[in-house]
Design a protein around this ligand. Sequence first.
Ligand SMILES: *Cc1c(COP(=O)(O)O)cnc(C)c1O
Length: 412
Amino acid sequence: MTAIKSPAAAPADPAPSSPLFSTFARANVAFERGEGAWLTASDGSRWLDFGAGIAVNALGHAHPHLVEALKAQAEKLWHVSNVFEIPEQERLAQRLVDASFADKVFFTNSGAEALECAIKTARRFHYAAGRPERYRIITFEGAFHGRTLATIAAGGQKKYLEGFGPVVEGFDQVPFGDHEALKAAVGPETAAILIEPIQGEGGIRPVPAVCLKGLRELCDREGILLIFDEVQTGIGRTGKLFAHEWSGVSPDILASAKGLGGGFPVGACLATESAASGMVAGVHGTTFGGNPLAMAVGNAVLDVALAPGFLEHVREIGLRLKQGLAQVVDHHPTVFETVRGEGLMLGLKCKVPSGDVVNALRAETMIGIGAGDNVVRLLPPLIVGEDEVREAVRRIEAAASRIEAAQSAGKA
Ligand SMILES: *Cc1c(COP(=O)(O)O)cnc(C)c1O
């Protein structure tokens, strides 16, 4: 006899019939297809996508070049083990190396795994150099580095650590922008400093170039490694291939993901030859990382992102959007405080709860993404055009007007 589940035992879940873990508070909309910056939902409604899957669909939905690359690879070869050579993987690594500070690349399936690799690479660098006591990594308040046990420890956010047992050892967190606390945190056990050049989940909080320079000098002086988490900021999002290029400062190790696969799961840990020196045969691995399907799509993303004019487009259209948003802030001073960010990684700091703004945008069938520090992020596909930027500004104005109408109804 099958056991009958007692309804009383069911949790208070907005979708109690869902067989999925309840870890996401999902909006009640499902999308069926997409094209560029537009999504079509199952009810036929058309949505303007200024979230791009949280900075993932860098080339928008159904980009013909990516579709073609994935289809062509699907007909040839899906998967081989990393115990064999994977030419497309070598090619993507070489292109990333040629376009960046790095000499070496390890491919993963996600951002968190790219960070895991970055953390292990930094610890292993010191171990291989005879300094096994240097394993601690300094991180910053408001950071987000993923949801694995090590990356929640690195991010240091209580809400993500609570209830998951002992916190992975070896992370020291300092307040964002507190130079004295940072200097005090560096000790004989410090292996590396890990930072997002622009905090994404933390609310589009850019680290000034002078601070990144200061970090580089501190690391060089103390013999420790600098790790940039560019999972969200990378692959053209800010108008450079990697956001740190704006500062003129290079890291020793970098984590990339999100935009790198344009929607196909792929991440990468990039490092200098020296920083990667501890990562020898057998010390790290992955089953799926660098698989031929992912590599075909990653190479196709770079075909477009590295083509002449692409990053200029991101800078120009990003400036347009930022100007439009600045006007929206001017027009709606009770809803918005300011706009910040770089390229197409922009945030509206709100005066009302940012969740209300995300919901008001949804009422206008537009997607924006909530973040920390009461910010709504606007992360459109990098191929977004002027008409779409104008339409986005119009919808954000309309959303703000909805909120103002509710405000004055509340006062009446
Ligand atoms: C999204 C993100 C991660 C985690 O990536 P996943 O693919 O979700 O594991 C790490 N760091 C930053 C800055 C991110 O934005």
